[in-house]
Design a protein around this ligand. Structure first.
Ligand SMILES: Cc1ncc(COP(=O)(O)O)c(C=O)c1O
Length: 401
């Protein structure tokens, strides 16, 4: 017998986003001038109101174990946020605060997935849903959202994927990595399918809700289908809209039974979230919304420039993202080509590796998001970095033989 890790970790990958960022960091440490567009992390400072409120909370002695599900002030601020921004009415008991949106997803899957249960994940998808489902013994079932259909989930594709073992549908719009959003009519069609399948939970991960472009507005599934409210978990967090990734505050509103089960898991795993981070989150949620609007405008301008540059590269296609802060270009026409360094581009993994090693731009291969051949580029970087990354990528693409 040797000391070993659990079988449940067999074959469990590290998220490709994090692996790529680490590879970029290692090359940088060796002296290479790397531009990393691999991580989905806002490049803005957190709101000063949040920083000051967290410091004040510390000075005031707000440093004891908090209630597991969240501080009353933060749960109240989240109730208010859901009411005014999403048209959703929750009681404070229906709100759970966690260590990031990621822990909310972890809690929800742990609370509901039995071995062999299926989780429908529209592809392309954020890397962590299938991995977390797999950790619980679940099986993720990708449903392709076609690029020429704006990467939206279609009701007939959803219907065809549902089996008696389906436990969850994950709806992440605006989508990471494609930037797609679902219009009201798209969501209504999905809701109609869900009505025929009462055994499904629905995770509406709306963490990019405020990052929508060209005056488009995000619509919450739970607002247009209140009859499904006892099955919808609406997930959100401070990371993206408020540039508070390091604070680790995510939250969800949902049916009481599910929230209680998730709280129970948290009480045995991590207890409540850092009190100072919660105080900062209350202040951020109550801070002037213009700051969020201004970040959105900046992301939109960057998106415009990056997508235009990508579309100018021969062999590269790029759908216009309607939200979030990524571009998800495809390059089917470049498969089979050779780089100046002698690498053959036989997949998006090979493309991303060559782009990093030979052009010093870090991006994440589409294989990690369930749709190839694509790469995901984050536009949450400075204008100079984005312009230089686009120049390097254009030179790299032009050099392929
Ligand atoms: C779609 C989506 N959901 C949830 C999260 C989790 O965010 P956090 O745990 O930082 O709150 C992320 C982070 O990248 C994301 O892209």
């Amino acid at each position: 017998m040797t000391a070993h890790v659990a079988m449940r970790l067999n074959g469990l990958p590290q998220p490709a986003t994090i692996a790529m960022a680490q590879r970029a960091r290692a090359l940088r440490a060796e002296g290479a001038d790397i531009i990393s567009l691999a991580l989905g992390e806002p490049d803005f400072p957190s709101p000063s109101e949040a920083v000051e409120a967290a410091a004040a909370a510390g000075r005031a002695g707000d440093t004891r174990y908090p209630p597991i599900a969240g501080q009353p002030a933060l749960r109240a601020a989240i109730v208010e946020k859901f009411r005014t921004q999403n048209g959703l009415d929750f009681l404070p008991e229906q709100i759970l605060v966690a260590n990031g949106g990621k822990q909310i997803i972890f809690d929800a899957f742990m609370a509901t997935i039995d071995p062999g249960d299926e989780v429908i994940v529209p592809a392309p998808y954020w890397v962590s849903y299938p991995i977390i489902a797999q950790m619980m013994g679940g099986v993720s079932v990708p449903v392709i959202c076609r690029e020429d259909d704006g990467f939206r989930l279609r009701a007939d594709a959803l219907r065809a994927a549902i089996t008696p073992r389906t436990r969850w549908l994950v709806l992440n719009f605006p989508n990471n990595p494609s930037g797609a959003i679902m219009e009201r009519a798209d969501l209504e069609a999905v809701a109609q399918v869900l009505r025929d399948h009462p055994q499904l939970w629905v995770m509406a991960d709306e963490i990019y809700e405020h990052l929508t472009f060209d005056d488009r507005k995000h619509v919450s599934l739970a607002a247009i289908a209140p009859d499904l409210g006892d099955r919808i978990l609406t997930v959100n967090g401070m990371a993206k809209a408020y540039a508070m990734t390091g604070w680790r505050v995510g939250f969800a509103g949902g049916p009481l039974s599910l929230i209680q089960a998730m709280t129970n898991i948290q009480s045995n795993a991590t207890s409540g979230v850092c009190t100072l981070a919660q105080a900062g989150s209350v202040a951020a949620l109550q801070s002037p919304f213009e700051r969020v609007v201004s970040m959105r405008q900046t992301y939109q301008a960057r998106r415009d420039r990056v997508v235009a540059a990508l579309r100018d590269m021969p062999g590269v296609t790029c759908a216009m993202p309607d939200g979030a802060f990524y571009a998800y270009p495809g390059f089917a026409a470049l498969i089979g080509k050779r780089t100046p360094g002698g690498r053959v581009i036989d997949s998006d993994v090979a493309f991303a590796e060559a782009l990093l090693e030979e052009a010093h731009v870090a991006a994440v291969p589409g294989a990690a998001f369930g749709m190839s051949p694509h790469i995901r580029l984050s536009v949450a970087a400075s204008d100079d970095q984005l312009a230089e990354a686009c120049r390097r990528m254009a030179r790299f693409v032009a050099s392929l033989d």
